[in-house]
Write a protein that binds this ligand. Structure first.
Ligand SMILES: *[C@@H]1O[C@H](CO)[C@@H](O)[C@H](O)[C@H]1NC(C)=O
Ligand SMILES: *[C@@H]1O[C@H](CO)[C@@H](O)[C@H](O)[C@H]1NC(C)=O
Length: 359
């Protein structure tokens, strides 16, 4: 009798967590979501070779390569909400619904993976508006709703329990989240703080930049993408430092991913949850190897090849006439415009800068 109940208890314990191979590893199934480091893509929809692009491969390829955190800027674009970079006139990545539909397709094919979406809400849309779009993309069903609006690092579920529950998508919104209206659209800055973005030096100081809560008990994201000042049409703007990608996206060495993570770990005693990168594919699978090491799991064996849209560092040429007014492109931008397409796109760079746009 005793043996039977012991066996029963053991089998119940074993079956308590059905998930295996969570985000590629059995060991991660038992790990809290908040105790895992994920590689993320800055402006994940801004794919191509233009001045406004931050990635060379599309979101499906990003996920196939091992990216598990996707950052997007959302903008009003007529009747729709689109994923755009600084403005939809500058870079229009299409509707948020189409983007989310691609994420849903990938997630449905990969039932053992937890994916994080970090949304910048440029035009302060209400959670209910996003909810409708997630429903249309079939992603609302996969979204995780925490028990409270703000969770400390010890209140997150394990990857295994997220996967078992089928709520494998964690959605953060930088402003206007409303737990009572849509509990699965999670307020970013009371749950996760960020280092500053648009860093221009390779020191990666790790200071808390944007936060709205108890930073020491929240998750954190490092904006590990390096910019440089560029002169365009006589104006200084910040663009991705593509010449240094081989250093920035390396696993170790001064200025690398490992370098910033160890700086942060010295300060905070734990690793970042999200490492946000530009052109994550520049260094093969180095970022994924680095993250696996942080997570204490074996390095992934897949090889990451650079995207076809290899970014060039060409200077803009030509002086096409401006085609948009400054007021229409003003906004609380995040991120940056790579060099090389501004003039071609007919942008009034002077106006952009004067208009207070941040990249
Ligand atoms: C966090 O992860 C580390 C391994 O990286 C592990 O030793 C520790 O037990 C984990 N803590 C929790 C609460 O999951
Ligand atoms: C990065 O590339 C530059 C120029 O292409 C080169 O001089 C430098 O040695 C490279 N650094 C690393 C760490 O590979």
């Amino acid at each position: 009798m005793r043996l039977v109940s012991t066996l029963l208890a053991a089998s119940l314990a074993a079956s308590a967590l059905a998930a295996s191979n969570c985000n590629g590893n059995d060991a991660l199934c038992q790990r809290l979501y908040s105790n895992v480091t994920y590689i993320g893509t800055h402006n994940s929809y801004a794919v191509g070779t233009s001045a406004a692009d931050n990635q060379a491969k599309d979101v499906t390829a990003q996920l196939n390569d091992g990216v598990r955190a996707l950052q997007v800027q959302t903008h009003t674009n007529g009747d729709t909400i689109n994923v755009c970079h600084s403005s939809c006139a500058l870079k229009d990545g299409g509707t948020l619904q189409d983007y989310l539909t691609k994420v849903a397709a990938w997630m449905n094919k990969n039932p053992n993976d937890v994916v994080t979406l970090v949304m910048v809400n440029i035009n302060n849309h209400k959670p209910a508006e996003f909810k409708t779009i997630f429903e249309a993309a079939g992603l609302d069903k996969l979204a995780y709703a925490p028990a409270q609006a703000a969770s400390s690092i010890d209140q997150w579920p394990t990857l295994g329990s997220l996967i078992d529950a089928g709520t494998r998508l964690v959605v953060f919104l930088d402003n206007s989240a409303d737990f009572t209206a849509v509990p699965w659209i999670i307020d970013e800055f009371t749950n996760m703080w960020e280092t500053k973005y648009n860093a221009v030096d390779q020191q990666w100081a790790c200071a808390v930049d944007r936060s709205n809560g108890q930073s020491n008990s929240m998750m954190y994201m490092i904006n590990h993408f390096l910019d440089k000042s560029s002169e365009i049409l006589g104006q200084t703007i910040l663009l991705p430092d593509r010449d240094k990608l081989n250093v920035t996206n390396a696993a170790e060495g001064p200025g690398s991913i490992g370098f910033e993570v160890s700086n942060c770990n010295m300060l905070y005693g734990r690793n970042p949850n999200i490492i946000l990168l530009d052109f994550y594919d520049s260094n093969g699978n180095a970022p994924f190897v680095a993250a696996a090491q942080m997570n204490g799991v074996p390095a992934p064996t897949n090889s990451v090849t650079p995207g076809a849209n290899v970014a060039s560092d060409a200077s803009p040429s030509g002086t096409a006439a401006p085609q948009m007014s400054v007021s229409s492109i003003r906004g609380q931008g995040v991120a940056l415009i790579p060099a090389g397409g501004l003039a071609a796109m007919g942008m009034a760079v002077a106006g952009l800068v004067a208009g207070g746009l941040m990249f």
